[in-house]
Design a protein around this ligand. Structure first.
Ligand SMILES: [Zn+2]
Length: 164
């Protein structure tokens, strides 16, 4: 039974200390924020968790080994480009998406208005129907580092199936 592979990903990025009001990529979508996320790449914590889930399903380690933050090549990198590279690894091994479930944990910004755009973006990148992808957003009821608006976390679970 090697037809199905499950993977889990988790990532956290902290907000910058200064007010850096602008646009933050989340799930590949431009989301207006009061402070952007600190990161070597574009800080798209949603796509990072998804990449780690896919790499986990494929038993290929994590994004830190594939795109080391010590490598200037990935400085400011567009995470959608990185996700395409990770997804190529799945396709080369004959896997397609069964389904993807994502939970973004953020006290701020409010993500509800961007969920469907994120789903559409992920469907396009992963070559999958939108009804195989679910993006949820939740807060921590103002508890802990997320609740103190210090950063954003994301959990992702992916199921891959062999296409041939
Ligand atoms: Zn990350």
């Amino acid at each position: 039974m090697n037809d199905l592979r499950i993977g889990h990903g988790f990532d956290v990025h902290r907000f910058t200390d200064e007010q850096t009001a602008g646009v933050q990529k989340l799930g590949g979508v431009d989301v207006p924020v009061e402070r952007t996320l600190l990161a070597h790449s574009d800080g798209d914590v949603v796509l990072h968790a998804i990449m780690d889930a896919v790499l986990g399903a494929l038993a290929l380690g994590d994004i830190g080994t594939h795109f080391p933050d010590t490598d200037p090549h990935w400085s400011g990198a567009d995470s959608t480009v990185l996700l395409r590279q990770v997804w190529q690894q799945a396709k080369e091994r004959g896997y397609g998406l069964v389904n993807l479930d994502v939970t973004v944990v953020a006290q701020t910004p409010k993500l509800q208005p961007y969920r469907s755009a994120m789903t559409d973006h992920l469907a396009a990148v992963l070559g999958a129907p939108t009804d195989s992808i679910n993006v949820k957003a939740t807060t921590t009821e103002k508890l802990g580092y997320i609740g103190r608006r210090e950063g954003i976390a994301t959990h992702a679970v992916v199921l891959l199936g062999r296409l041939r």
